[in-house]
Design a protein around this ligand. Structure first.
Ligand code: SF4
Length: 145
């Protein structure tokens, strides 16, 4: 199945968490799920990225890094928060060093709750956030979740 109008480039950053969501992200891009077969490509270069995929939460060590990655991405761009930690801080939200979910530093366009969400949910969530990205690319405006 291919639902992408173009091959969207995805920049992945793992925030404060247990890395369980990161393992699911890798599973979604590899093996049986094969997001790359559907046109999604991982990139390490924010200037090439269309979608910022975030797991884990925001803490005092990573907040500036996340903000800088987001700001280096050119418009249009869309942000996907994967897992409870990225949505609202999750299991660690009461920790002294946790600021909260990713919306504390960037505009989140779509959220996938779960601890951790399974690869099927990730595939569906990327399809959803790609629609937001396509709307922004078409309208030149801000998409809504
Ligand atoms: S949401 Fe759960 S699995 Fe994902 S990083 Fe947080 S604690 Fe780990």
């Amino acid at each position: 199945m291919s639902f992408a109008k173009k091959s969207p480039w995805v920049l992945y950053f793992g925030g404060a968490g247990c890395n369980g969501c990161g393992a699911e992200v890798m599973a979604a891009f590899n093996g049986d799920y094969g997001l790359e077969k559907d046109g999604f490509k991982l990139t390490n270069n924010p200037k090439h990225a269309d979608i910022l995929l975030l797991t884990g939460g925001v803490n005092n060590q990573n907040r500036d890094v996340i903000k800088q990655l987001y700001e280096q991405m050119v418009e249009p761009k869309a942000v996907l928060a994967v897992g409870d930690c990225a949505c609202d801080g999750g299991l660690f939200k009461d920790g002294d060093n946790i600021v909260g979910g990713m919306e504390k530093v960037v505009t989140v366009d779509h959220r996938i709750p779960g601890c951790a969400p399974d690869p099927e949910s990730l595939v569906a969530g990327l399809k959803e956030v790609l629609e937001v990205f396509d709307e922004k690319a078409t309208d030149g405006g801000e998409g809504e979740e």
